[in-house]
Design a protein around this ligand. Structure first.
Ligand code: HEC
Length: 165
């Protein structure tokens, strides 16, 4: 008489132990979704310390009154005031200035927003192109590396004509 092969109790126990150990392992789930571009020290900012310093002075003299000393934006910048206009948004990376390529940032600053029903004066004629670039790189110096890197990728595409400004 033949006995059919069967798993021994030891095999089952080994398998069960394996499963239990597997369940006990803590899973390290990252709190934020993986980003398209890995952050790191490799981020190269297209600027120099002198340009950032120049931008800081120009920003303090012309922009801080509305956008805040550290470009943190006006309090309640997301709520329109009694006149229906919005207070100045942050430029430090917590608003959405980083969604705009360099050309769009320059155009906004040059033209201002008065003609669009907003409240930012035009800087064309008051600040030179170099001044405006210096102010932009100053507020960009407040952006975290990852944000700046994502902006660089988008700006590069815009310059190649692949994205709307
Ligand atoms: C009188 C207040 C005021 C001053 C001064 C001012 N801004 Fe603004 N700025 C605003 C407001 C308000 C907005 C949002 C658009 C609107 O509603 O007018 C804005 C928008 C912007 C934006 C677009 C931000 C985005 O999220 O898209 C940039 C960039 C900007 N300002 C840069 C500057 C710079 C650089 C200076 C100084 C040279 C400056 N602003 C001075 C009020 C001001």
């Amino acid at each position: 008489m033949r006995t059919s092969g069967r798993y021994t109790g030891a095999t089952c126990l080994a398998a069960l132990t394996f499963l239990l150990v597997g369940c006990q392992q803590s899973v390290d789930v990252p709190s934020s979704a993986p980003s398209a571009v890995a952050p790191g020290p490799s981020v190269v900012r297209a600027t120099s310390p002198e340009q950032v310093h120049r931008g800081a002075l120009l920003y303090a003299a012309n922009c801080a009154v509305c956008h805040g000393a550290r470009a943190e934006g006006a309090p309640n910048w997301q709520k329109s005031g009694a006149n229906g206009k919005y207070p100045a948004p942050p430029l430090n990376g917590s608003g959405h200035a980083w969604h705009h390529p360099m050309t769009a940032l320059k155009t906004t600053i040059k033209r201002g927003t008065l003609s669009l029903g907003g409240s930012m004066p035009a800087w064309n004629g008051k600040l030179s192109d170099q001044d405006i670039e210096a102010v932009i790189v100053w507020f960009q110096s407040h952006w975290p590396d990852e944000l700046y890197q994502n902006w660089q990728v988008m700006d590069e595409k815009a310059r190649k004509g692949k994205a709307a400004p």
